[in-house]
Design a protein around this ligand. Structure first.
Ligand code: NAD
Ligand code: UD1
Length: 312
């Protein structure tokens, strides 16, 4: 079995690569290292890594033709909502066009595939009042990032139905854990919080801290993806989340307790295009055999322990 992981040097992608290698799958990674790092990939010597842009159609098509993948996991993306608001046209090329081009090539070349998994986002739900979000809840994508994710999902599912391709979409809620890159102001909030707590740097809080998110630890995300692959699910969408709604302020307080440190917080106005409340109904994933292994407290403890260990 052979798998392609685009964005495989990034946070979620590198954990997925680790898992696939331990399952005995041959793995090929394509990543332009805009956010990812080669050192994220634990089994580097067992993985073929191409430092390339997924927008390079000629390269991607040749790769698909020569490697003949069983599984394709499309994770490469500019993962920040705020960054997509700064650079809408540029991020569209990676977050939408590159995926569509790949699907089109697969269709035209009739490449045999066991699964094409696209990583979408909870951002597609926007700010509509229904909570928790079910996979068939109404969507209202508010940012270029969310619009690209939703549009791409629709293509991924339509290509599945129209051309009989084994496609599936996952809507990750807020994922956290080791290897999430905190280096950009647009990085995931828990990587920034971890960095601020460990380096004793001030944290910029956008808004009142009452915005809520549904945080899921990285190992649970990998459990979910692997269940979707092994169950050979096709032409469906799955929420991937913990199912627990917590405010950013509650998370900060819990993390301060775990770290035994007080965060220096600077407050400023909230970001535009932001989702105010987010929480998932994960019954569909549970029916597939998923069960949450990491509570927020356990996940944060593990994350913090890793950071302390690396620093010592
Ligand atoms: P990440 O930034 O760590 O990973 C994305 C990877 O893609 C990086 O390694 C980056 O270098 C690479 N990349 C970006 N543009 C590329 C391009 N044009 N060509 C090749 N490689 C490129 O982010 P992540 O958190 O691991 O996110 C993985 C996927 O999951 C993304 O599609 C993201 O939108 C989605 N997602 C993430 C979260 C989350 O909370 N982290 C939530 C919902 C959805
Ligand atoms: C995150 C993911 C996105 C994913 C979505 C799914 C990243 C960078 N973003 O977006 O890929 O699709 O979850 O729900 O991984 N905040 C601060 N200070 C900071 C940084 C953030 O207060 O320094 C606040 C934000 O304003 C926001 C909350 O923390 O209210 C979460 O922000 P962020 O981690 O960027 O996540 P989302 O925008 O939810």
């Amino acid at each position: 079995m052979k798998a392609l992981v685009t964005g495989g040097a990034g946070f979620i992608g590198s954990h997925l690569v680790d898992h696939l290698v331990t399952e005995g799958i041959e793995v090929v990674v394509v990543d332009n290292l805009s956010m990812g790092k080669l050192t994220n990939i634990k089994h580097r010597n067992q993985v073929k890594i191409h430092i390339e842009d997924v927008q390079n159609q000629q390269f991607m098509q040749q790769l698909l033709q020569t490697e003949r993948f069983d599984y394709i996991y499309f994770l490469a993306a500019v993962a920040s909502v705020a960054d997509s608001i700064e650079r809408p046209a540029e991020t569209h090329l990676t977050n939408h066009t590159a995926v569509l081009s790949m699907l089109e090539y697969i269709r035209q070349s009739k490449l045999p595939l066991k699964q094409f998994l696209f990583t979408s986002s909870a951002a597609v739900y926007g700010n509509l009042p229904e909570l928790p979000k079910r996979e068939n809840s109404q969507v209202d994508p508010l940012s270029p990032y969310a619009i690209d994710k939703y549009a791409t999902e629709r293509y991924v599912l339509a290509y599945g139905k129209l051309y009989d391709l084994p496609t599936v979409c996952v809507r990750f809620f807020n994922v956290y854990g080791p290897r999430q890159n905190p280096s950009s102001p647009y990085s995931g909030v828990l990587s920034i919080l971890t960095d601020c707590l460990s380096q004793e740097r001030p944290f910029t809080l956008y808004g009142d801290g009452l915005q809520t998110r549904d945080f899921i630890y990285i190992s649970d995300v990998i459990q979910a993806i692997w269940l979707i692959t092994t169950n050979q699910v096709q032409q469906q969408v799955f929420n991937v989340a913990n199912g627990r709604e917590l405010s950013l302020m509650t998370i900060i307080k819990a993390y301060e307790k775990i770290a035994g440190r007080q965060l220096k917080v600077r407050s400023t106005v909230s970001r535009t295009g932001e989702v105010k409340r987010s929480v998932a109904n994960i019954n569909k994933l549970i029916k597939l055999g998923y069960s949450t292994q990491w509570s927020l407290e356990a996940g944060l403890c593990q994350y913090w322990k890793g950071v302390q260990h690396a620093g010592s």
